[in-house]
Each structure stands twice: as structure tokens, then as C-alpha cells.
Write a protein that binds this ligand. Structure first.
Ligand code: TRP
Length: 442
């Protein structure tokens, strides 16, 4: 490689970009809803345990693989273990997973563009709950506008990725992530001031252990992986842009804290309002697009909060899709040697094309979601842990982490987690998703 590899300029840039990837629709829509169905506070406790015990180590492994190899996920395993050809499968799956996830993720993101515009144009007010429900189902099952907004959203994503790591991804995430944080704080303050907020908060924070069973536990682990963007080597590509002077353990911990905080704050912003206006907390996919507009309609200052909320959702989706597109772009520039500009437009066009099929054939949409999160994610997740735990091993892991980061005292624990605990836990989720763990059925 003759050219110097593009990199993030400093610690804040790294964290903004990686947190931008992690914090997405998974945090603001999915987390509150999954938590609502799985015992509220008790789910939260288990989720936190998995973030710390498995999420942080796996994220750290990905960052380490990328930085050590100085290659995106596709080439990383070729560089680190040229003899172990088998591990190349992680790179292949990482790039294909990024491609598939993005093609349905961008469709949902397109919905957020539509709803941001509707909210801003004051089109969500004075609608009955039935009208809002019809509006959403008519829109999401139509073809014209969803495709239009898919294209708009992908053009925005490409516009950021085309600038490169420092002058594109870092530049925008550094501005967008603080805005996201401010918006969610404002929404939270408003939510806790509502009459009846206490009920919503106790739903969120009061553990009801009777709701805990094997399924809930595995659900928490699955959510932790999706939310942190880990398990497919996608974060490894970002790791390859991190300078040697940065401390990877700190990065993994900071990003995990930011991701978890935003998920919890999303719950704080949503549940008090849900309870204050007497709506069921487990509304599913409609929660964000149907239930919340209803709530905003009944609320003082609802217009402002509706616009703020959909902008929040749009920012979250955008910075996540940037990370997914970057994985595909890095693959094309490194392996096919196109320049970044061409690679970005090519990747964006291919994803948009596939996204159009997802709009037209909802079954495709569902199966991409299903295959990526239930098959590709756990298989790669196991391979990544095993790779760092058993093949890179303790000595080299220690060297890579301590090069500039100072002494890492937890290295022994980390390796044990990666060698044994994480692969077994992920394998259990995998088997549950395959329906092999019926003993856990409620
Ligand atoms: N973590 C993002 C969310 O919470 C989604 C996401 C972005 C993702 N990149 C990923 C999930 C890579 C898995 C792998 O919405």
C-alpha cells in the first residue's frame, strides 16, 4: 500500500463515529419495545450484564482485529492468518451482511424521512388513532414514496461516506451525535414532567423477576449484539482507521456506555408518555410511527416534540447506515481498487437497487432481517471471539492493547471470556433462534 491509510483524527472522532454506528433504530425503537415485552427492569439488568460481560469484549476484539491488520473486515483475516483460510468466511459474511442489513435498514430510514417531513408540515395533527394507523400502513405498503425516500436517504449516506474517514464520517458524526444527545435529553425532560410519568418509569426500571426465563435472557443478548453493531466484523473496519496511539479498551467501553445510555434514555423519553396517555407499551413496529404521533397530538408543544423526535430517529439511522456503507466501500476500494468516489456511488446504487426490491417484496425485507441477525451475526460472532481468544492469543492481544494504552489488568479475564464464555453464550442464542432450544419456551 503506497498511500497512507485514512484514519480518525482523535479520540472524540473515533468515539463519535463508532457510537454513531452503534446508536441507531435498534436503540430508539427496538430497545424500548423489546424491554417492554420482556419484564421491564429485569430485562434491563440482564441486558447490562451482557453488554459488560460479552458486548465489550467482542467489540474490543473487532477493533483489535481491524487495527492490527490495517484492513477492513474482508482483508483482515487474510492478513492476520493467511494459513487459516477458513476464517476468511468472517470477512465474506461481514461484507455481505453489511450489504443486506443496509438494504432493509435504509428502507426504514426512508420512513423516518417521510415522517420528519410530515411532522414538519404539520400533517400528523388532528388525526384520529385510526387515521394514523391507516396512514402508516398505506404508506409502508405503497411503493412510490418509500422508494423516493430510500433514494434520498441513500444519497445522504453516500454524501457522507464519499468524504472519507476523516473528512466525511468523522466530520459529520462529530456534529450529529451531540445534536442527537441534546434532542433526546430534551425529550426525556419533557417526558418525566408529564402527569403519570412515574408509572412509565417504574415499568422501565422496576425489575419484575417473574418475567425472566431463558428466552428473555437470550433476547437480551441478541439485542446487545445488534445494538452495539457487533458480531459481524463490521466494527473491525472502523478499528482499521484507529491510530495506534488510541486506547482500544477505553474506546470499546466508552462506545458501549454511550450506546446503552441512549437506549435507556429512549425508554425514559417514550414510556412515561405511553403510560400518561393510556397506550399499550408493546405496540411493536407501529410504536414509533403510529403510537408516538398519537401521543404528540395530545401533548402540549406536540408539534415541536414530534419534529424533534423524527429528526432524532433520522440522525440515528443515518450515522448507522454510514457505518454499513463504509464496510462495502472499504471492500471495493481495497479489493477491487476503485477510487473512493466510484466505490461509494457503486455501493450506494447496488444497495438502493436491493432496497427497492425490499420495498416491493416485503418478504425479502423480512428475510434479510432474519438471515442477518439470526444466522450471520451469531456465526461470525463466535468466529471472532474464537479468533482473538485462541489464535491471536493472550500475548499478542496484550501487546496490541498495551502498545500505547498502558497496562491492561483484565487481560486474563478478557481471554477467558473470548475463548469460552462468549462462544458458548452466542451458540445458545443461535440454537434458540433455530428453534433447537424448546426447553426455554414460555
Ligand atoms: N447498531 C445499529 C442499531 O442499533 C444497527 C447497526 C449498524 C448494525 N451497524 C450494524 C447492526 C452492524 C449489526 C451490525 O440500530
Amino acid at each position: 500500500m503506497t498511500q497512507k491509510r485514512d484514519s480518525f483524527s482523535n479520540k472524540f472522532g473515533v468515539i463519535a463515529a463508532a457510537a454513531g454506528s452503534a446508536i441507531g433504530l435498534g436503540n430508539i425503537w427496538r430497545f424500548p419495545y423489546v424491554l417492554g415485552e420482556n419484564g421491564g427492569g429485569a430485562f434491563l439488568l440482564i441486558y447490562l450484564f451482557f453488554i459488560i460481560a460479552i458486548g465489550v469484549p467482542v467489540m474490543l476484539s473487532e477493533l483489535l482485529i481491524g487495527r492490527k491488520a490495517q484492513r477492513s473486515v474482508f482483508g483482515a483475516f487474510k492478513v492476520l492468518a493467511p494459513k487459516l483460510k477458513f476464517f476468511k468466511v468472517v470477512g465474506v459474511m461481514g461484507v455481505s451482511a453489511a450489504f443486506l442489513i443496509l438494504s432493509f435498514y435504509a428502507v426504514v430510514a426512508g420512513w423516518t424521512v417521510e415522517y420528519t417531513i410530515l411532522a414538519a408540515a404539520n400533517q400528523l395533527v388532528d388525526k384520529t388513532p385510526e387515521q394514523l394507523t391507516d396512514m402508516f400502513s398505506d404508506f409502508s405498503s405503497s411503493v412510490g414514496r418509500p422508494i423516493l425516500y430510500l433514494v434520498v436517504f441513500m444519497a445522504m449516506t453516500a454524501g457522507i461516506v464519499i468524504g472519507g474517514v476523516k473528512n466525511g464520517i468523522e466530520k459529520y458524526t462529530k456534529v450529529l451525535m451531540p445534536i442527537l444527545f441534546v434532542i433526546i435529553l430534551v425529550l426525556c425532560v419533557n417526558a418525566v414532567l408529564l402527569d403519570g410519568a412515574v408509572e412509565g418509569l417504574s415499568f422501565l426500571f422496576q425489575p419484575d423477576f417473574s418475567k425472566i426465563n431463558g428466552n428473555v435472557v437470550l433476547e437480551a443478548l441478541g439485542q446487545a449484539f445488534f445494538s452495539l453493531s457487533i458480531g459481524m466484523g463490521i466494527i473491525a473496519t472502523y478499528g482499521s482507521y484507529i491510530q495506534k496511539k488510541e486506547n482500544l479498551l477505553n474506546t470499546a467501553i466508552s462506545v458501549s456506555i454511550a450506546d446503552t445510555l441512549i437506549a435507556v434514555l429512549a425508554g425514559v423519553a417514550i414510556f412515561p408518555a405511553v403510560f400518561a396517555f393510556g397506550i399499550e407499551p408493546d405496540a411493536g413496529p407501529g410504536l414509533v410511527f403510529v403510537t408516538l404521533p398519537n401521543i404528540f397530538n395530545q401533548m402540549f408543544g406536540g408539534y415541536v416534540f414530534a419534529v424533534a423526535f423524527f429528526i432524532l430517529l433520522l440522525i440515528a439511522a443515518l450515522t448507522s447506515s454510514v457505518s454499513l456503507l463504509e464496510v462495502v466501500v472499504a471492500y471495493i476500494t481495497e479489493e477491487i481498487h476503485l477510487n473512493r468516489k466510484k466505490a461509494t456511488w457503486l455501493a450506494a446504487a447496488l444497495v438502493t437497487g436491493l432496497g427497492v426490491f425490499c420495498v416491493i417484496y416485503p418478504v425479502l425485507f423480512d428475510s434479510f432481517d432474519y438471515v442477518t441477525s439470526n444466522f450471520m451475526l451469531p456465526i461470525s460472532g463466535i468466529l471472532i471471539s474464537v479468533f482473538v481468544g485462541w489464535i491471536i492469543g493472550k500475548q499478542q492481544t496484550k501487546e496490541e492493547l498495551e502498545e500505547h494504552g498502558g497496562k491492561v489488568k483484565v487481560i486474563g479475564v478478557l481471554i477467558v471470556i473470548l475463548k469460552i464464555f462468549a462462544p458458548i453464550a452466542i451458540a445458545l442464542v443461535f440454537m434458540k433462534n433455530l428453534g433447537l432450544l424448546d426447553l426455554f419456551n414460555r
